[in-house]
Design a protein around this ligand. Structure first.
Ligand code: ZN
Length: 150
């Protein structure tokens, strides 16, 4: 990765950490799931408003490190208005990306998600980057109300 690209990606993460998108409670949420990463202390609640199989609205609240918060912000921005199965596919792609596996998509297709490709160099941060996505996955599957990475 070029240093320019790395710089750009860092800016995306810093920006979403400083002013996270969709950072609020959702009064009409049909799903509300907590996610916790004890290794880092990241703790979020993800709110989802489903309309059939479409994510009509999504938001999150909570606290954690810059990687986890910016990832939650990008996650909510990326899946809002999407079908749930497309959101799940996006999670699979994102997971491969942060593990450093081929995601099968170009940087352009990855869009904002590509900002987290550098996480693969820091295995301890993978759980930070995927926490919000795991929590979304749980919400969509209707599984337990509290998700932990451990
Ligand atoms: Zn973290």
């Amino acid at each position: 990765m070029s240093s320019d690209l790395r710089e750009l990606y860092q800016q995306v993460i810093l920006d979403h950490n400083r002013s996270p998108r969709n950072f609020k409670e959702l009064p009409n949420a049909t799903k509300r799931v907590e996610g916790y990463n004890p290794l880092c202390g990241d703790h979020y609640t993800v709110f989802v408003e489903l309309d059939g199989d479409v994510i009509k609205d999504i938001s999150f609240t909570g606290n954690g490190c810059a990687i986890s918060k910016s990832s939650a912000s990008v996650m909510t921005s990326s899946v809002k208005g999407k079908r749930t199965d497309d959101a799940e596919k996006m999670f699979e792609t994102f997971h491969k990306l942060v593990l450093g596996e081929p995601a099968g998509l170009s940087e352009a297709e990855l869009g904002r998600l590509a900002a987290f490709s550098g996480v693969s160099e820091f295995p301890a941060r993978v759980k930070c980057a995927t926490l919000a996505w795991h929590t979304l996955h749980s919400a969509l599957q209707g599984e337990q109300e509290v998700v932990t990475t451990e």
